[in-house]
Design a protein around this ligand. Structure first.
Ligand code: MLT
Length: 204
């Protein structure tokens, strides 16, 4: 029986062992966006891919923003709680381990919020072009949780200082963080794919 939820989502069980991937798309994407990428970097892993419920001029997102890079933190907190409940529900339903988030841009930012506000929900995370999701990052604990943060030095959407703030919070939380900074913009590159594949190959 499929899991009942008001999130549009794709659930694809895969033959590969290990934690499932939780795919979190960027602004204007949907639950199908990252499927090919996931199958490229982690063939055969089970994937869970929800669609963000907020619409900005018709474009799905995971939470509201007031301007580019300025988040509606009340909405962000409520949406993060809702996404955490979805992840707990669907993993319990299918008897899966806590997933590894694979988020891009807005999806990476809500993945960072999940790590911050619901650290028990994820078993690891790949954060592609992410920033600190909250102005005041609370203290939280992520002992040895593997996290790959990949930033673009020329990213016009994510100020590098904001990526560094996120990296500092994750390190302070005790995460096993790898922060890679590429000579790239907001878009993904082949180098991102190589980093993701290697990171995922090392995860259970
Ligand atoms: C966000 O709103 O999460 C960031 O500005 C990235 C994006 O444009 O989605």
């Amino acid at each position: 029986m499929s899991f009942q939820t008001d999130f549009h989502h794709v659930y694809q069980p895969g033959p590969a062992a290990g934690r499932p991937l939780l795919l979190l798309h960027g602004t204007g994407g949907n639950e199908h966006d990252l499927l090919d990428l996931a199958h490229t970097v982690a063939p055969g892993r089970t994937v869970i891919s929800p669609r963000g419920k907020v619409l900005e001029h018709g474009m799905p997102r995971f939470f509201k923003r007031l301007a580019e890079g300025v988040f509606d933190e009340q909405d962000l907190r409520a949406r993060t709680d809702e996404l955490a409940a979805f992840v707990k529900g669907i993993t319990a339903h299918h008897k899966l381990a806590a997933p590894i988030a694979l988020g891009f841009s807005n999806g990476a930012n809500i993945a960072a919020a999940l790590l911050t506000l619901h650290p028990e929900v994820l078993g690891g995370a790949i954060l592609l072009r992410a920033m600190a999701p909250l102005k005041d990052m609370p203290a939280f604990k992520l002992p040895q949780t593997p996290v790959l943060l990949v930033s673009g030095k020329q990213d016009m959407m994510i100020p590098f200082a904001q990526a560094q703030r996120l990296a500092a919070s994750l390190t302070a939380a005790g995460a096993a963080l790898t922060h890679e900074t590429l000579p790239a913009g907001h878009g993904l590159t082949q180098t991102d794919l190589g980093l993701m594949s290697r990171f995922l190959a090392a995860q259970e």
